[in-house]
Design a protein around this ligand. Sequence first.
Ligand SMILES: [Zn+2]
Length: 296
Amino acid sequence: MFQPPPCLICRSTRTARLFSHQGYEICRCRGCGHHWAVGDGPKDYRREPSRLEFYKAQEAPHRALMRKNLRLVAPWIRSGGKILDFGCGSGFFTLEARLAGFDSQGVDLAEWVTDAAAHWQIPLHVGRIEHAGHAPESFDAVVAIVSMEHLPDPLAMTGTLARLIRPGGVFAVLSVPHVGGLPWKLLGERWWDLDPPMHLQWFSRRSIRSLCEQNGLRVRKVRTTGVGYAFFATLAGRGRQGRSALDDLQYEVNSGESAPQGGLRTLLSRAAVPFANSLLNLTRLGNNLTVIAVKE
Ligand SMILES: [Zn+2]
């Protein structure tokens, strides 16, 4: 009989197993509402197949998305400030932040990121952040864009990242999957973000706040964002069509905007998706959480 461990975030023992999914036990904390997967551990991202060609083909919409992320966080960072793009992937956030005058650099586990760094001529470090040799309190900001949900121990990693931020500096999570959102509530096991071992963590507003505050990061802003085409596609039974479909949807899910491709998608992108997003964000039922926290 599987015994759920204490909560990864708040350490409460008031935890429960919800169900098994893709070989992992999905657990829930009754204290802070956090959900996480227990199983064989994280996916090994080091040797994942190169996504460089995908990002080269999708450069324009992904860079637009990263400019949107930059607009969310830039007002909190001093002009020209030093930024760490944690889990940088393509490096598009690092690139856009550099074009905006920030001293940004990325870090990622995946070896193909070396090729992205060479292609776009930007500083991206491949390897664990603990081994990158950064001095404590040497960054004005750490930005984690769709990264924290991949971690086996987000509390410990947030501690590591918090030590790199100077007092008064910023920790920005843009974004993580939200278990208080309508897609999880309605779709349950069919939720596209319930995807272990890709994703191992699903946050509540309380759990993301606890994650920050246990590490000396005072939360200044929490909001829910987006639902996008994936919601409608999954409801209509068209989700989970393999990795390429999910890749295609990632942009739309995180941006809250659809990239029209004709027919139903055009209709959704012009009317239903923006309307649903506005409504969900107002009611804090959006699919993702974004957080801005300041180091004390
Ligand atoms: Zn908890």
